[in-house]
Design a binder for this molecule. Sequence first.
Ligand code: GTP
Length: 410
Amino acid sequence: MEDEDETPPLAVQIEETTDLSPLELHGKPEDRREPGEVSVGVTVITGYLGAGKSTLVNYILNAQHGKKIAVILNEFGEEIGVERAMINEGDGGTLVEEWVELANGCVCCTVKHSLVQALEQLIQRKERLDHILLETTGLANPAPLASVLWLDDQLESAVKLDSIITVVDARNLRVQLSQHRDSSSFPEAFLQIAFADVIILNKVDLVSTEDSVPVTSAIIEELENEIRNINSLADIIHSVKCQVDLSKILDRRAYDATHLAHLEALLKESESISSNNIHDSNVQTLCICEHQQVDLDKVRLWLEEILWEKKYNMDVYRCKGVLNVQNSDHLHTIQAVREIYEIVPARRWQQEEERMVKIVFIGRNLDEVFLRDSFSGCTLPKLLLKLSKSSVKCLVTQTWGSFVPRVFSQ
Ligand SMILES: Nc1nc2c(ncn2[C@@H]2O[C@H](COP(=O)(O)OP(=O)(O)OP(=O)(O)O)[C@@H](O)[C@H]2O)c(=O)[nH]1
């Protein structure tokens, strides 16, 4: 599998699959964790073939950030060993702590267990690991990674999904999107954009070389609009050779309910989104805004109908939002990636603050009328509103094909 003549970075041996249950495989078991131990953030790097994923990994590894970063590569068939050879660890090779190659398949379908084992081994072998980068194959659909990585506090996970970064090739994006529009094949380029928390619009130099500056910015603006129509919640960063400000891509805590400011800013921007923006791909962003309080149980049922039962054939990839919940003085956040969702109390509402419900959906075939009408069944008439100190936490976790709902009361 590997070229013995190469001097590759340290590889972690992935042992044969154990009989541990998927939940046990998720992260480090509780009894091995030190009190106060912080989860290691995992950044998933995805993007179409040739967009610049390895360039980004190399850039991060060689930058001056003082972090100990591990890289997990997911390679496919013929590629095995090639990606590793192309990654440059930086002077002295000290920045890559461990290296794991996942062979025999794509992360999104066949090697979930290897990935979890690889993560476990990384965590167990080194005490001080600051971050993990997971570079997927150019064709990977990033959604199932969330079921592996989006681990919640109750599971005492040793790793935590930090964010999904999608690298986009500015020169070829249009062609990639239009190819998918014309064919019935699986639209990876759309999915990769739809699931992203950060989108790096890379290779802008290849857009600029042929045109004058005003034309160039118009092209880039059009590309940005194209991306925003698919996913208005992601931050878009322009780059050449993926040279980006690392503070914008690492430690994003995009799935952390306590890290609210950024989510709130994104939701504000998304408020203005309406069905005028419908993309001809049918992958779009929709926002629901309400001023009434909601019944949390009803919201859960409503969400489950949409995410699990696929009401009206809506295909929701991503959902984020804030809720004003009945009998709670806490702002609650909603996060969903495909079928997995989480609603948690995040912080107390401030006294002068307007208590709102804002939920943004990213997906295909979203039916705005159904979403708005059905959501009105979750809201309470204003006269019945009453506040109390209790709050409810609902968490639903997917474990390898079956759903394990958990309800916690605080
Ligand atoms: N001109 C230009 N070339 C770039 C830029 N970023 C990356 N490249 C080049 O594009 C090619 C592909 O980059 P990679 O980083 O290997 O892309 P990748 O997404 O890892 O590719 P796959 O592993 O095949 O999916 C390489 O030759 C890079 O040097 C850029 O901003 N401008």
